[in-house]
Design a protein around this ligand. Structure first.
Ligand code: SAH
Length: 396
């Protein structure tokens, strides 16, 4: 097997079980390896630290499969590792009874570049690293065996694949095409999952608990949901007894799916909901000009900063929408604000919100910190994986 020899001192992060080896940490490769091949990772002193998938096109030159020198990386390895991840989800008490959940969460489950989301009888798989791409068949076999699901659909069309030198790949891997009417139940509300053409794997499972909090806070409040996508937060607000819910998104396709979600839930009072196709940055200014005010505002924007390099520009965008959000709140009003930017940490996010509140002239308190759902675990040695953060702030 080829050996990836690290520069002096660069074994330390591997020994702390950080799964990424950056190009700058590599002294040399001995032997031959192509993208996706398994290599031994070796310290400068010759100690084998474990095994990794080699990725010559990427700045992340290798991703660890195992922190053990002896473990064979073969079909049995993937079967075992997939089964262990699925078993952890199945045993989690907060996930009991859910028909939608993330089964495999990449690095945190020891499977870098592998995301598998289950929606009822369908699994949507996303492979984003050269190693994951190489072991597709073994991962699919492991999922079929561990879950009993018959249908697996691949949605490996994420931009990040280009960094690994991989082409976008989508299509049926097992069973049949996803049902266009596929829907999961979330806290008593039916929400559609567009596995074929929705974002990512079709749905934002990581916001499950946070949508529940929106429902719990919504009673008799006027709610504004910005970047509403298919209306998850909006429908939960209706279910919680909101007086009115205004939802904004720039995508007509997303809003059409939101309409479909409204139809799926005849128990909700659709007359209290208004849907507005608009750019949130402009819409918030328009609402301010009109003198509109709300009691609960949700801001769940797309990723403004995919990496630390974009943090500065992204900070300005977060500041802008949160400043406008604070201004639009009635006294006692609540802002639920999120960031899924890998480049913006929890501390920076709080600093941005604090600046936004003070520029808006509002006194605010943090009444809750929000995090990803329990099926989105975060590897301890891998803070970069912590991409969803959120704060709930109440103004005086
Ligand atoms: N809150 C949603 C997920 C939001 S995804 C949920 O819980 O399911 C981000 C959404 O922001 C997408 O639907 C995208 O269409 C929308 N979007 C991106 N930029 C926008 C902009 N400038 N104005 C309005 N919507 C935007």
């Amino acid at each position: 097997m080829a050996q990836l020899i690290l520069k002096p001192g660069k074994e330390r992060s591997v020994m702390r079980r950080h799964p990424w080896i950056f190009a700058g940490s590599v002294a040399t490769l001995t032997g031959r390896a192509r993208g996706g091949d398994t290599v031994d990772v070796v310290s400068e002193r010759g100690v084998v630290l474990g095994r990794a998938a080699f990725s010559p096109a990427s700045q992340i030159r290798a991703r660890m499969w195992s922190f053990d020198a002896e473990t064979p990386i073969d079909h049995a390895f993937f079967k075992r590792t997939v089964a262990a991840a699925v078993a952890r989800r199945t045993a989690h008490p907060m996930l009991a009874g859910q028909d939608g959940m993330r089964l495999i969460h990449g690095e945190s489950d020891g499977l870098p570049g592998v995301i598998a989301d289950r929606y009822r009888d369908t699994i949507v798989l996303q492979l984003t690293s050269a190693g994951a791409d190489r072991w597709r068949d073994a991962i699919v076999a492991g999922l079929l065996q561990a879950t009993g699901c018959a249908n697996i659909y691949e949605r490996s069309d994420s931009e990040v694949r280009t960094l690994e030198g991989l082409e976008p790949t989508v299509g049926v891997l097992a069973g049949r095409e996803p049902d266009p009417d596929l829907a999961i139940e979330e806290h008593g509300v039916l929400l559609g999952v567009d596995a074929v053409s929705g974002h990512k794997t079709g749905f934002y499972l990581d916001q499950r608990e946070n949508r529940r909090l929106t429902r719990d806070l919504a009673r008799d409040r006027s709610v504004l949901n910005c970047f509403c996508y298919t209306g998850g937060f909006s429908l939960q607000a209706l279910a919680g007894g909101a007086r009115e819910v205004l939802s904004i998104d720039s995508s007509a396709h997303a809003l059409a799916s939101a309409q479909r979600n409204v139809e799926r839930n005849p128990q909700l009072d659709a007359a209290r909901a208004t849907w507005w196709e608009a750019d949130v940055f402009a819409a918030l200014r328009e609402l301010r000009t009109e003198g509109r005010r709300f009691d609960l505002i949700v801001l769940d924007p797309p990723k403004f900063a995919p990496s630390a390099a974009h943090a500065q520009r992204a900070s300005r965008a977060y500041k802008d929408i949160n400043l406008l959000g604070f201004r639009l709140l009635n006294p006692g009003g609540i802002l639920m604000s999120y960031s899924c930017s890998g480049g913006i940490g929890q501390e920076l996010f709080q600093t941005i919100l604090s600046g936004a509140a003070s520029d808006a002239g509002r006194d605010a308190q943090i009444i809750h910190r929000l995090s990803a759902a329990p099926d989105h675990p975060i590897g301890l040695a891998f803070p970069e994986g912590e991409y969803l953060k959120g704060l709930v702030c109440q103004v005086v």
